[in-house]
Design a protein around this ligand. Structure first.
Ligand SMILES: C[S@@+](CC[C@H](N)C(=O)[O-])C[C@H]1O[C@@H](n2cnc3c(N)ncnc32)[C@H](O)[C@@H]1O
Length: 294
């Protein structure tokens, strides 16, 4: 297919695809987790996978180490460290993936050094302390997935000088105005034309230190400056992830995409003034339940 035709087809479907990413990334009981298309989106995202590959390379590919990875999915990250480690505890709770994971481990001769645990990473007990806990179970602000809860549990099994990958998440916020179709309170941005009109400064809402985080409900007040006059009806959310110091992942369509969330009620902003944004959300719940208001 030539490029012009391909782009033409996308243009014809921009509007229809506004919520496609939201549907692909939404947890479904039917699949005990994510639908197959989401694994394809994640596997093909070089920006996301390369950030992890650079982190593994920074730690000498985890050579000779004992590692635990939660939420291995289709092994998109795992396969880059598994050839080098001494032992790996791999956890995944989507039973639809069991056959695929087992076949990959067998095909590559990794079975002997892997303990595969099909179950909930928040309930797993490891028989030994590990050098690394790895987990990419991230959603914007950690609002939908259990990254914070899982790392709080698994860090109990980390050696005193062990490392978490990732280790820190900085959530930023900006005020804007966007069009929401009936029934929608948030959407991840797939195409830039669905960005909101951005009205304010961008500020840090909160920072998650995964070595220490123990509270899951976040109540914060953030002061933002209106750069433009206009009606704010939404926040524009970004999550900046530090995999290890100096190696970052700041969101793409496959993971933690910048996301637009409706304010409880719209408020008129006057250029140059400061406003207070109140936030109340809980990690590992659902962004629909999160509340943001001025
Ligand atoms: C965002 S995907 C990432 C998959 C893979 N790590 C990758 O980077 O391509 C998160 C994975 O974690 C799994 N997962 C979510 N919650 C889990 C839990 N509590 N215990 C174990 N696995 C979980 C999901 O089924 C999914 O496969």
């Amino acid at each position: 297919m030539n490029q012009e035709k391909l782009y033409n087809d996308i243009i014809d479907n921009f509007q229809k695809l506004k919520y496609a990413l939201l549907d692909a990334q939404t947890f479904s009981q039917e699949h005990y987790g994510f639908p197959p298309i989401y694994y394809k989106i994640m596997e093909t995202d070089e920006v996301r996978v390369n950030a992890y590959k650079r982190t593994f390379a920074h730690f000498n590919n985890l050579k000779g180490k004992v590692v635990c990875e939660a939420g291995v999915g289709t092994l998109a990250l795992t396969k880059h460290f598994l050839p080098y480690v001494k032992k790996a505890y791999l956890i995944e709770n989507n039973p639809d993936l069991t056959d695929f994971i087992k076949a990959e481990l067998k095909k590559n001769g990794w079975e002997d050094k892997v303990e595969l645990i099909i179950g909930d990473a928040m309930k797993v007990k490891l028989p030994e302390k590990v050098d690394f806990v790895i987990g990419e179970l991230m959603s914007i602000y950690c609002a939908n997935e259990y990254q914070v809860q899982i790392f709080k549990h698994l860090r109990k099994f980390l050696k005193p000088d062990g490392k978490l990958i990732p280790e820190k998440i900085i959530n930023t916020v900006q005020l804007g105005n966007a069009l929401f179709e009936e029934g929608h309170t948030h959407y991840p941005i797939l195409f830039t034309r669905h960005w909101p009109e951005l009205l304010s400064s961008q500020e840090v809402l909160n920072t998650i230190d995964l070595y220490k985080a123990s509270r899951f409900n976040i109540k914060k007040t953030t002061t933002l400056k209106a750069h433009l006059s206009g009606t704010a009806n939404c926040i524009y959310m970004n999550s900046l992830v530090q995999l290890t110091e100096g190696i970052n992942f700041t969101g793409t369509d496959s993971l933690m995409p910048p996301t637009v969330k409706l304010l409880e009620k719209p408020v008129d902003l006057k250029m140059g003034t400061r406003v207070k944004l109140h936030s109340n959300f809980t990690y590992g719940t659902n962004l629909d339940m999160a509340k943001f208001y001025l």
